[in-house]
Design a protein around this ligand. Structure first.
Ligand SMILES: Nc1ncnc2c1ncn2[C@@H]1O[C@H](COP(=O)(O)OP(=O)(O)O)[C@@H](O)[C@H]1O
Ligand SMILES: [Mg+2]
Length: 317
């Protein structure tokens, strides 16, 4: 059997023009290409919104066929350690660019670096600034030390809007000859929460099960419950119907294979969204506080099943 490329790679934008959303970021990057000059950059924002794609597209358009000689992609949280990362950067930056003025080093998860490692990175950046430009990528720019931030042009990426996710899913579904129902698209959008990588992965996971993508297989592939099921569990608990609420919890954990934290995160999300006529704001806040408390217990290693049942019992008070 032919091994299939992950769809997130297969459908990764090849040009800046194919990157969508991200107000003007691709326009600004294109102006760097026209001037053939690229500053150090810092991309910050949530996962799966086009940070890596922008860096790769920028380099591809800049270098053309010499892309692979001049572009290095690294992950700062490489399990082999920071020394390997540092050495790889030095080895790459030290030699001249191939048919270009400088190379580009893309360092993903830069916020995983300690402050000391970031200081060292800053020195490396300065030392090789003639021959290499850095693009750092992170989820939270607040975790990047000021001296690094001030040397970079900062670009803030945001979650991908539902319409754009829908467009991309339909495009892939067409090219992969999938039969996808509207409800399944909505389900993927619900689960992905603005993360397009997640959306594409769920689509591929569902397609692995069947070419016909239904809402049901989307939720089962992503180990999530339908929002209505979570709301139903909350309602039952609020009405002190413990056995029924617990049966629903069973379904989530054993039938859907949700972990304790998955359940809690979705509970939290649905609580926020719960009808105010049934649950006033004051009560909502109390319950969210309770969810947070139980989340802490799970992180500390308490038994998931027992804790979640205890949480449902709390809802009845
Ligand atoms: N803004 C975007 N425009 C087009 N495709 C995107 C965008 N953001 C994400 N994608 C899709 O999601 C996948 C993951 O995006 P990526 O750039 O790796 O995200 P990040 O680096 O922000 O985590 C890409 O392969 C691409 O298919
Ligand atoms: Mg990335």
């Amino acid at each position: 059997m032919e091994i299939e490329l992950p769809w997130v790679e297969k459908y990764r934008p090849k040009k800046l023009d194919e990157v969508f959303g991200q107000a003007n970021i691709s326009q600004r990057l294109k102006s760097y290409i026209e001037k053939r000059n690229v500053p150090h950059q810092l991309y910050s924002g949530p996962a799966g919104v086009g940070k890596t794609s922008c860096a790769i597209a920028l380099a591809k358009e800049l270098y053309g066929e010499n892309f692979s000689q001049n572009f290095l992609e690294l992950n700062a949280s490489d399990e082999r350690g920071i020394d390997v990362v540092r050495q790889t950067i030095k080895d790459f930056a030290r030699t001249l660019a191939f048919n270009a003025d400088f190379k580009i080093i893309f360092l993903d998860e830069a916020d995983a670096l300690t402050r000391d490692a970031q200081q060292a990175l800053r020195r490396t950046m300065e030392r090789y600034t003639q021959t290499a430009r850095f693009i750092l990528s992170c989820n939270f720019s607040s975790k990047i030390i000021e001296p690094l931030q001030s040397r970079c042009v900062v670009f803030r990426f945001t979650g991908i809007p539902s319409e754009e996710i829908e467009k991309k899913l339909k495009e892939i579904a067409e090219s992969e000859k999938l039969d996808i129902e509207k409800k399944a698209i909505d389900a993927i959008i619900y689960v992905a929460q603005g993360d397009l990588r997640k959306a594409i992965n769920i689509l591929q996971g569902s397609a692995f099960v069947s070419q016909k993508i239904s809402e049901k297989n989307v939720y089962s592939v992503s180990s999530q419950a339908r929002p209505e099921e979570i709301k139903e569990m909350i309602s039952l608990a609020l009405k002190s119907k413990f056995i029924e609420a617990r049966n629903l919890l069973d379904k989530l954990m054993y039938e859907y294979g949700m972990g304790g934290e998955d359940v809690l995160i979705q509970l939290y999300r649905e609580l926020l969204d719960f009808d105010e006529k049934v649950l006033n704001n004051k009560k909502k806040i109390e319950l969210i506080d309770t969810v947070a408390e139980y989340n802490f217990r799970l992180v500390e290693g308490a038994n998931e099943r027992v804790q979640l049942e205890a949480l449902l019992a709390q809802f009845m008070k």
